[in-house]
Design a protein around this ligand. Structure first.
Ligand code: PLP
Length: 398
């Protein structure tokens, strides 16, 4: 006999599971642990002081409207503000075409709901954002992987995947990817735009990190090269406050219509008050002061991590040197089991995420690790990375 009510569960739950990273990260609660594991902003980046003023403005300007039920597509002044913000990235978005969601995670789930029938094929870069895999998996797809290198997905691999499979959509994090930190190069964006246009394929471009650039040239979103073939999803989680759950997307008309219908059935609309706060955060110029402050906090943390890795990691290890974002991706030599490294590192009070969780087939990523540099200060990063280097040396490399 199974658990009571087990027979009531839908077929869909067979492919759903708790986030495995959350499960292994229980060790983080131990006192003295330095976490390079999370993927969350440093709390000191939240504009608490500004929010006192923004709050007042919202109440004065919008009054009860900020607390009322609102449109499914999102609070109109917020969509206007977002259209202006997206224009600075080279995205031509009028407010009418934008849809606001509870975080970009909810965009991913809703896309899964409207696009994936059981057995449909979704193409992912390998490794890929775990939260997207969790969101899509509820709708029972099959996955195919697209090969990647330091410049992002390899166009020939994308072509092969599109030619060999009936792909519903291609999911990409094009800039400072989670988990690798890699950015799809400008040339590849142009090539990939040509490929998807030629084959009439649909790309979901998930772009939460592009504002967190510490050096190098800005690269326009893939969306700007193939607007008719791209669903562009983004969020204010990394540049304002993730707890407000403010994501949004710009999609081709038919996809937009079905996202709208699905959202209406799911939650009617997103939090009006949070959207009003974000409107003033953008239109009052607070965002233009805050993003450089966030960058100034994170850049030295990333530099501290990279330079300590260069001093303490064994020679056989390779890692990315991203120009922005929140993560560095490490590849160990074949035979290293990063999960075993994880448990040894925990004994030395350092946590990270073993990279295998970001692969559809975890055996592809046994020797990989994701390190986050945004949560703790430079001194903590240096001591954690040095300790991790010592653990890696114990694992046989030197
Ligand atoms: C690539 C990627 N997409 C989406 C999300 C979800 O962000 P949100 O807070 O907007 O739901 C994250 C969060 O870490 C992410 O890394």
């Amino acid at each position: 006999m199974g658990e009571p009510f087990e027979q009531l569960l839908s077929q869909r739950t067979s492919s759903m599971q708790r986030n495995p990273i959350r499960e292994i990260l229980r060790a983080l609660a131990q006192p003295g642990m330095i976490s390079l594991a999370g993927g969350i902003p440093a709390p000191e980046t939240f504009p608490i002081e500004d929010l006192y003023r923004i709050n007042e403005t919202v109440l004065d300007r919008y009054g009860p409207a900020a607390l009322q039920y609102d449109l499914t597509e999102g609070f109109a002044p917020f969509r206007e503000a977002l259209a202006g913000y997206l224009a600075t990235k080279g995205i031509d978005a009028d407010a009418e075409r934008l849809l606001v969601f509870n975080g970009s995670q909810s965009v991913l789930d809703t896309l899964g709901k409207i696009l994936i029938s059981p057995g449909d094929v979704v193409a992912l870069e390998s490794p890929s954002y775990l939260g997207a895999i969790s969101a899509f998996s509820s709708y029972l797809p099959e996955y195919v992987s697209i090969e990647t290198d330091d410049d992002g997905i390899i166009p020939e691999s994308l072509e092969r995947v599109l030619d060999q499979h009936k792909v519903k959509f291609v999911y990409l994090v094009t800039t400072f990817q989670n988990p690798t930190g890699r950015t799809l190069s400008l040339r590849r964006r142009q090539e990939i735009a040509a490929i998807v246009k030629d084959r009439n394929a649909l790309v979901v471009e998930d772009d939460p990190y592009s504002d967190l650039r510490y050096r190098g040239e800005v690269v326009p979103p893939l969306q700007s090269f193939a607007p008719e073939n791209t669903v562009y999803a983004s969020t204010l989680s990394k540049i304002f406050a993730p707890g407000l759950r403010l994501g949004f997307c710009l999609a081709p008309p038919l996809i937009r219509e079905w996202l709208y219908i699905a959202k209406q059935g799911a939650d009617l609309h997103s939090n009006t008050y949070a959207q009003a706060l974000a409107t003033e955060y953008i239109c009052g110029g607070f965002i233009d002061k805050q993003v450089p402050k966030i960058i100034d906090l994170y850049r030295p943390r990333q530099e501290a991590m990279l330079s300590t890795m260069a001093r303490h990691f064994p020679q056989e290890y390779r890692w990315t040197k991203p120009e922005g974002g929140m993560f560095i991706w490490v590849e160990g030599p074949a035979g290293v089991d990063a999960e075993a490294v994880y448990w040894k590192a925990i004994e030395r009070k350092v946590a990270f995420v073993p990279g295998k969780y970001f692969y559809v087939d975890p055996s592809d990523g046994l020797a990989t690790m994701r390190l986050n540099f945004t949560r703790v200060d430079e001194a903590a990063i240096e001591s954690a990375v040095a300790a991790l280097g010592a653990v890696l040396k114990e694992f046989g490399a030197n």
